[in-house]
Design a protein around this ligand. Structure first.
Ligand SMILES: *Cc1c(COP(=O)(O)O)cnc(C)c1O
Length: 378
């Protein structure tokens, strides 16, 4: 029995490691650390791959959200709708630009935002902006309606795409149809760097220029500053690593998709529900998402995985409202308790590029035995 981690980022393609080290050597020799050809080339490649006019790289995915919020005009005291089911950074970004987050429930089928709760909040809160997050490698089934509604009401919609790089909706990149979207290049994301990184995507000149400016101290000339921005630049080493990653991205995603489908088919056969992307999406295989409502079965499966040294995760174990940091703030909330339901029943199995079929089978056997063990002891 081998140990299978939840994520293994060391399975580089042959030649990948050497190419990166060669780049690091050349960049260091020429002292090209900030900006330069690697960053320029990465932004161009992102623009053409995603079919957006602007791909502005920045320091991380959280900054990307803050840049997007500032660029669409969110300022102190504004209200911004955010999902109650997401990674903490989505909410944190809103608070960090001095705006007030209002939380919206999730959709049980795809973990996207609850369409009904979102519409109700748009009407009652009249927010300055809204954020939705495309979790697990796909977006909500109501994406085009959400976009349309926000456009009609002139409420800027920011799409947190940290988990959906490479995902398509109706055959196009999700970023293409968004007013403004963001990503994270955190190493464990689908396009991961050798450290932190992020980007903002838009085809709006106004937003694109504003993001570019804010990420570089609000600079208008070398020593003239037109806005209060901050330093949020991607460095050359990260850009070099990401450019190499992009060369292999399609095959990494193919391998992820294979694993995601493999799990889904096998698990549904033994009666474990695995969340699937809505029809219009082709997922990037970021995540496997089992929904196990029976806590005894879930505990037994997790115990079996643990005893066999197989990694797993619960993405996420709690909602935003559950977080201690929001306790005193007591943000308003729209919808029911779908987000809580997903958090209490979600289990994620190991999934990363080049995970082997034998490893998938080993994980499946552990899930099967864990589930059976529970049934036998009942
Ligand atoms: C990873 C992630 C972020 C934050 O990205 P960082 O690069 O770690 O700052 C934001 N939102 C979601 C949904 C994420 O998964």
């Amino acid at each position: 029995m081998t140990m299978i981690p939840f994520i293994d980022l060391t399975r580089h393609e042959s030649g990948f490691f050497e190419s990166y080290i060669d780049k690091v050597r050349a960049l260091t020799r020429s002292a090209t650390f900030i900006g330069g050809d690697e960053v320029i080339s990465l932004e161009r490649r992102l623009q053409s791959r995603l079919k957006v006019k602007y791909a502005v790289t920045c320091a991380n995915g959280t900054d990307a959200l803050q840049l997007a919020l500032r660029a669409v005009g969110v300022t102190a005291g504004d209200t911004v709708l955010v999902p109650n089911l997401t990674f903490w950074a989505t909410v944190e970004a809103v608070v960090n630009v001095a705006a007030t987050p209002v939380l919206i429930d999730a959709d049980l089928r795809d973990a996207g935002i609850s369409f009904e709760a979102f519409l109700e909040a748009l009407e009652k809160e009249k927010p300055r902006a809204a954020i939705i997050a495309h979790l697990y490698g796909w977006g909500t089934s109501r994406l085009s309606e959400l976009r349309k509604r926000c456009e009609e009401l002139r409420i800027p919609l920011i799409e947190d795409g940290a988990q959906c790089f490479g995902t398509t909706v109706d055959g196009n990149s999700i970023a293409e149809g968004a007013l403004v979207s963001t990503t994270s290049f955190y190493p464990a994301k689908v396009l991961g760097a050798a450290g932190d990184g992020g980007a903002v995507f838009t085809s709006s000149d106004r937003i694109g220029e504003a993001v570019r400016n804010l990420a570089n101290h609000g600079r208008s000339k070398h020593y003239e500053f037109a806005a209060i921005g901050w330093n949020s630049r991607l460095d050359s080493f990260q850009a070099a690593y990401l450019n190499l990653g992009l060369d292999y991205l399609d095959q990494r995603i193919e391998s992820r998709r294979f694993a995601a489908r493999y799990y889904r088919t096998a698990l549904e056969q033994i009666g474990i529900h695995v969340m699937a992307p809505p029809d219009q999406y082709n997922e990037n295989g970021y995540c496997n998402v089992c929904i196990i409502r029976d806590q005894a079965v879930k505990n037994s499966i997790e115990a079996t995985l643990r005893s066999r040294k197989i990694g797993f995760a619960n993405i996420y174990p709690g909602t935003m409202l559950d977080q201690p940091a929001l306790r005193t703030m007591r943000p308003r909330h729209f919808g029911g308790n779908n987000a809580e339901q997903i958090c209490s029943s979600v289990l994620n199995l190991p999934l990363f590029p080049y995970i082997r079929e034998s490893e998938l089978n080993e994980v499946l056997a552990a899930v099967f035995d864990g589930k059976k063990g529970k049934q036998l002891s009942d």
